[in-house]
Write a protein that binds this ligand. Structure first.
Ligand code: 3UK
Length: 508
């Protein structure tokens, strides 16, 4: 499909004002003890836009840091910043002061709006971040920002931004440690709604969206704010989206569409009363590879076929996926309508089907890094090189192998860490696991698994042997983990991705 957007376009107008005009009384956002209609969300964001321009001196192009868990006020601030012509710099609520200082510096942030619950860290960061001059905090029921906003009129004339003016600077979670800033235009915010959400997800205005990722993770921004608003549906926002709270939210709000990561689906499936999940009808999994065993488990517990999709901060949202009818276990799916994808060799030549190589993607949301050096390596010949190793089969289905730096080479064999993890996870003793290559004199690298056990299983030599034998029976025997270490927990990013690089750095 051709995505044509006018040259002048403000995403907040398209996503919020158009919907509010058509059905002001419809519910846009739900949260604990709160219910905001489209009309209310529009009015509040207009008032905050007035505050930004008139009281806080914001001029179009200023970068405004947004900090806080998913709440209706955070959503109102998001649209207020866009309407006022500002650029949203979204940050994960759990970041520490030094991480915030880095982001404020890299993105040259001048203003910040913060949920009162995480204001202290931001104030601490501000001491070492001289560009940040103006900071206000908000709460659902008060705070400095709301007090100012309530004195303002409910209408506001949005800045007529260009469709390719920057609307968002999103930072990657950093599976390698360093956060990378990605710029996205106003039109990109619509393009993700008009590709993945429209053609693969196909939700309706009656759906209630819910999920765990914060808006600062673009998986959550799309799934829990932009997608529902684009079609006039509702989003239930959770300040804490960990599985027990997610399950409670699904029940309280009667949620029908869920966005979360494979780990959460496994934990939800293990709940004592899966009946609380019965309102769900569509479930999207992203952020890390979806093991076939998790897809199967979810289908057994809920009857729902998961929609797996690979997305990235660089491309804003999901670009390879498959809807329920086209889902195949072990495959991420096909290029989402509007995107092209292929697999390239080291020299940048397309590889024939069946051969693993570097995943390359083109589409309406291409990457623009804050940092020019990174840009050169990431975009080659117009293709975004995502850093993943994939193969494409004869039907154009893409099969995930690993992050390119999570390929283990042992005795000359290429072994993808996630494949070994998938095999281990299909054993009932294994709750979570992470597989890395560790240096070995004889084999170059050997496969090592870090395993978190389910309750009622005891670590020990006997279990280690059992797991090794088990893996050899599920996948090619040379891939089995020669070493297994038991852990209570695994290191993860704020977006729930395994930090294998931390495990690789451990002394062996
Ligand atoms: C990995 C997957 C296999 C992959 C994201 C949906 O995860 C998101 O963005 P990030 O920038 O990370 C991107 C990287 O994560 N990945 C994501 N999804 C899958 N690997 N199967 C998957 N389904 O390595 C990718 O390069 O944090 C996901 C929407 C928006 C996002 N930002």
């Amino acid at each position: 499909p051709e995505l044509q957007y006018p040259a002048r376009l403000n995403a907040a107008v398209e996503l919020l004002d158009r919907q509010a005009q058509q059905h002001p009384e419809r519910v846009a956002l739900l949260a604990e003890g709160q219910r905001w209609t489209y009309g209310e969300l529009q009015a509040r964001s207009n008032q905050i836009a007035h505050v930004l321009r008139e009281d806080l001196g914001l001029v179009p192009g200023n970068r405004v840091l947004l900090h806080g868990p998913n709440t209706p006020m955070l959503a109102a601030c998001w649209f207020a910043i866009l309407k006022a012509g500002g650029i949203v710099v979204s940050t994960m609520p759990l970041l520490r002061a030094p991480e915030l200082v880095k982001i404020i510096g890299k993105a040259r942030v001048s203003h910040a709006l913060s949920d009162a619950s995480c204001l202290d860290t931001l104030l601490q960061a501000q001491r070492d971040a001289p560009s940040l001059t103006t900071l206000r905090s908000f709460r659902a029921d008060g705070g400095e920002l709301l007090a100012l906003a309530e004195t303002k009129p409910a209408d506001f004339t949005p800045v007529e931004t260009a469709s390719d003016d920057v609307a968002l600077i999103a930072f990657t979670s950093g599976t390698t440690g360093q956060p990378k800033g990605c710029l996205h235009f106003h039109r990109n915010l619509l393009a993700i709604c008009d590709t993945f959400a429209r053609h693969v997800l196909r939700a309706s205005a009656d759906d209630v969206f819910i999920g765990s990722p914060p808006f600062a993770f673009t998986f959550g921004l799309g799934g829990l704010l932009l997608f529902p608003l684009r079609i006039g549906a509702s989003a239930a926002l959770l300040e804490n989206g960990a599985p027990p709270k997610l399950a409670e939210g699904i029940r309280t709000f009667g949620a029908t569409v869920c966005f979360t990561a494979p780990t959460s689906y496994r934990m939800l499936a293990a709940l004592p009363d899966p009946g609380v999940l019965r309102t769900l009808r569509k479930c999207v999994s992203a952020g890390e590879a979806l093991p076939a065993a998790t897809r199967e488990l979810w289908r057994q517990v809920t009857g729902i076929e998961l929609i797996d999709g690979i997305g990235s901060t660089e491309l804003l949202h999901i670009f390879i996926s498959a809807d329920e009818e086209h889902a195949r276990p072990g495959c991420t799916g096909q290029a989402v309508p509007g995107f092209q994808a292929c697999v390239l060799d080291e020299e940048g030549r397309p590889l024939p089907p069946g051969q693993p190589g570097r995943l390359a993607v083109k589409g309406p949301t291409g990457c623009l890094y804050l940092d020019d050096e990174r840009q050169k390596n990431y975009v080659q010949d117009g293709w975004n090189i995502t850093g993943d190793t994939y193969l494409m089969d004869e039907d154009g289905y893409f099969v995930y192998q690993a992050r390119s730096d999570d390929m283990i080479i042992s005795s000359g064999y290429n072994i993808a860490a996630p494949e070994v993890e998938g095999a281990l996870l299909s054993h009932p003793a294994v709750a979570e696991c992470a597989v890395v290559g560790v240096p070995d004199e004889l084999r170059g690298q050997v496969v090592k698994a870090y395993v978190v056990l389910n309750e009622s299983y005891q670590p020990g030599q006997a279990l280690t042997c059992e797991l090794q034998t088990f893996v050899k029976a599920v996948i090619a025997p040379y891939k089995y983990p020669r070493r297994i270490e038991y852990r209570d927990a695994l290191p993860k990013t704020a977006t729930g991705k395994l930090q294998r690089f931390l495990l690789r750095q451990e002394p062996t």
